[in-house]
Design a protein around this ligand. Structure first.
Ligand SMILES: C[S@@+](CC[C@H](N)C(=O)[O-])C[C@H]1O[C@@H](n2cnc3c(N)ncnc32)[C@H](O)[C@@H]1O
Length: 230
């Protein structure tokens, strides 16, 4: 597929999945005890090694090649920014700046978010900001459980607190994520179509340049009693 010819996720699912609410409630009440992989424990240590223990934390979850992580670190120079992705290959791709010009208040680590989110929580850490930029949409109806808001790890996303932002080119994904957060937090979640004047990520740039509508949600969890799962 050539650049600027990207397609909106094709799905037989045109609206919110009929099983979403039940699935979210199940995950909020039932335990999720998948064992942690050692490499994710090491990844958390690596992610925090350069942190001074005081700077507010930002997570760029599924950061891909990390261009967003760099921009976020520039925008919040007094925060510690962690760019996490499961793909070593993407993390290692060339950055748009020479090494010497990269912000010092950030780190890239390879980890599986299914463990990383729970390890952050287990370490008693909370986020100031939390970005999920263009997560894999998993648009097939049967793949509902692979979308983050319908995955067993979902309760840890609001529990980590901070200003949570998710962006997608699939409106259904944002609508579902917003509904899942409303179920978890009991608060209205703002979602909207938006124009990416200055794209944060390569995917955002590609979708914008393909003329697609983009969608996002944002929720400030700092004052919320977020994540009801024990
Ligand atoms: C569609 S890409 C978006 C990347 C980037 N945020 C952007 O907008 O350019 C989704 C990213 O999520 C990462 N990802 C998917 N599942 C993950 C998981 N379980 N743990 C960590 N990263 C994951 C993928 O490796 C991929 O880089």
């Amino acid at each position: 597929m050539s650049y600027a010819n990207s397609r909106i996720p094709q799905s037989a699912q045109q609206g919110v999945h009929e099983a979403l609410a039940e699935r979210v409630r199940k995950h909020l009440t039932e335990p999720f005890r998948k064992p942690f992989a050692d490499y994710n424990r090491v990844a958390l240590q690596t992610a925090l090694a350069g942190w001074d223990g005081r700077a507010p934390l930002i997570l760029d979850a599924g950061c891909g090649v990390g261009h967003s992580t760099i921009q976020i670190a520039r925008a919040f120079p007094d925060h510690w920014v962690m760019g996490v992705d499961q793909s070593e290959d993407r993390l290692n791709r060339r950055k748009p700046y020479p090494e010497a010009l990269l912000p010092k208040n950030m780190v890239f680590v390879r980890a599986d978010l299914v463990d990383f989110w729970r390890l952050l929580d287990g370490a008693g850490l909370r986020l100031a900001r939390h970005y999920l930029l263009y997560p894999n949409p998993w648009p097939k109806i049967g793949h509902l459980g692979r979308r983050w808001h319908a995955h067993p790890v979902f309760p840890w996303i609001p529990r980590l607190g901070g200003v949570l932002e998710c962006r997608s080119n699939w409106s259904v994904y944002i609508e579902e994520f917003a509904l899942a957060l409303e179920i978890a937090c009991g608060r209205r979640v703002i979602r909207e179509a938006f124009t990416a004047e200055a794209p944060l990520t390569p995917f955002e740039r590609k979708y914008r340049d393909s003329g697609q509508a983009l969608y996002r949600l944002a929720l400030d969890l700092s004052a919320a009693d977020a994540g009801t799962k024990n």
